[in-house]
Design a protein around this ligand. Sequence first.
Ligand code: GLA
Length: 377
Amino acid sequence: MADKLVGKVIIDSPGRINIIGEHTDYNLGYVLPTAIDKRIRFTLERNNTDTHCEIRSKGYEKALVVDLKHIAPSHVQWENYILGVLYEIYSRSKELKGFHCAIESNLPVGAGVSSSAALECGLAFGLNELFALGLSKHEIVELSRDAEHNYVGTKCGIMDQFASVMSKKDHVILLDCRNMEYRYVPFEIAPYKLVLLNSNVSHSLASSEYNTRRKECEEGVAILQKKYPSVASLRDANPKIIEACKTSMNPKVFNRCNYVVQENTRVLDAVEALKKGDLEKLGALMYQTHEGLRALYEVSCRELDFLVDFSKNIPEVLGSRVMGGGFGGCTINLVHEDSADLFIQSISEAYKKEFNINLSYFEGHPSAGTTLVEFKA
Ligand code: GLA
């Protein structure tokens, strides 16, 4: 094993966008994400100790010192992403030893582009290389998700970690979260492009409400199962089944289930639309998703609704919706490239007038997943 060890690795770990398929992953449904060309860069070096680890963040001047033998959750949330990954790896392999890590990022935090998954997966990927741990990409994805469950406390699905690690340039990933089968779908949308508008709000409800949504879906499944024992998750349900159980469910649970079932169909329809180059259809599906997330799943907020409503009045915008977990972050917009600048300018002015908040924006270019940039023996 020792001769395989390298002394230093540099890793780029990207954020992700999701074309469609929101809150479907933990319901074992379909998602359509990809990594973007914004990333966290990790420079990792062995320090020849058994258990002493130091992690420094360049931009934020944050530092964390960890002894692998005494890993425990922290009251500082960003530290839990790191501690969680170290815990998950160390409990799988004692080949993990002491290291130094410097982190730099150009990925916006709290924007719904999953800087958290980028942090988890990049660290896990880098340590796997540095200490030749022999973890597969799928194990890296899963242990990073486990870190988020066990140390951060968000009972997230698998989409963000999967997209961060597995993405391929110029493609989106159609992932079936029931069996982890996936397919790369070429993403050809010229003369349109994806514009991400960051509302720059991040409502504190996000994590607790996220876990509540997950519970409500589980509650729904338990009710469906009484009548339809073969329904193991909302993936196995359809509108007819849900309608048949309507009177046994409280209206909120009914709405949550309805949304998820509809959203799974929309993902498959979106893939067909992409294949045919039918971008009007793709855009219409994105608007429908927003409506579902707003009215049925209730994870939108005033700022995001404002942005989507504004877009509806602009013919050069084919689709717009809240992206990611919700309660803030970004909208993802399918915009004609000739009109993108004007659209950004007018929506920024209107948003500022309405909320006195500056909108920020970036383009979403489907990019490669976590990458080994450099290594030195
Ligand atoms: C967050 C979670 C994902 C997924 C999305 C909503 O980003 O981390 O697992 O559930 O919300 O689609």
